[in-house]
Design a protein around this ligand. Structure first.
Ligand code: TTP
Length: 200
């Protein structure tokens, strides 16, 4: 039996969010020869919204090629990308502790945007939806930022933080989608999966 859905993501959050919809997809992870970092490379002057769409479609294309290459049975393929932006500036995953601290200091006391694009390949057609949220950060004390970086939580997260972590204690308001900020906007994802007949 082919799987109902492939999830092309290494993010445990995305798997957890899909489980909320009652789905347990088969993951379609990149092989050692695939360069995920190159795929997520920024282009100078590219607005965050354009960047997140481009990267998500590139992830989708790579995942579909991977499925074919591995001779896996056909089924819809889902993937996503989350990008944090302060104005036009993209704040990616931190390279190290100093980078995480720098990023968090930029976000402290400011409002930033979180874009998550989700893409689905099904029945020979690629569909993409974009979720946009804004997140207000209160001014976070230096000692809190240091402890947060030392906890390891910022690593592997766009913008060096997670809404589903202790730093939520410094976020008075979000406008948009909590699941989108976390990595997979469940409203948009449901719409795409309904269009493809994966969800009723
Ligand atoms: C802003 C924010 C991001 N994140 C995470 C979600 C994503 O996993 C990560 C952004 O990186 P992504 O490049 O979107 O995803 P990923 O590299 O973790 O996984 P893959 O490309 O294989 O799907 O940041 C949170 O968990 N909480 C948050 O509040």
């Amino acid at each position: 039996m082919p799987p109902v859905l492939y999830l092309a993501s290494q993010s445990p959050r995305r798997l957890q969010l899909l489980a909320q919809l009652g789905l347990s997809p088969q993951t379609l992870l990149p092989g050692p020869q695939e360069d995920a970092e190159a795929l997520e490379a920024e282009r100078p002057g590219e607005p965050p919204e354009v960047y997140v769409r481009r990267v998500t479609l590139a992830k989708l294309e790579a995942a579909c090629a991977r499925r074919q290459c591995r001779g896996l049975p056909e089924a819809p393929v889902l993937c996503a990308d989350t990008t944090v932006a302060l104005g036009d500036r993209i704040l990616g995953k931190p390279a190290d502790a100093a980078d995480a601290l720098r990023t968090l200091r930029l976000l402290s006391g400011q409002t930033h945007e979180v874009f998550t694009a989700v893409a689905l390949q099904a029945g020979g057609q690629a569909r993409l939806a974009l979720s946009r949220s804004s997140v207000d950060f209160a001014a976070v004390p230096e000692e809190v930022l240091h402890a947060y970086v030392a906890s390891g939580e910022p690593f592997g997260k766009a913008g060096a933080y997670a809404i589903q972590s202790s730093l939520a204690g410094w976020i008075p308001t979000i406008r948009g989608s909590y699941s989108g900020i976390m990595g997979l906007p469940l409203y948009e994802t449901t719409q795409l999966l309904r269009d493809a007949g994966v969800l009723p």
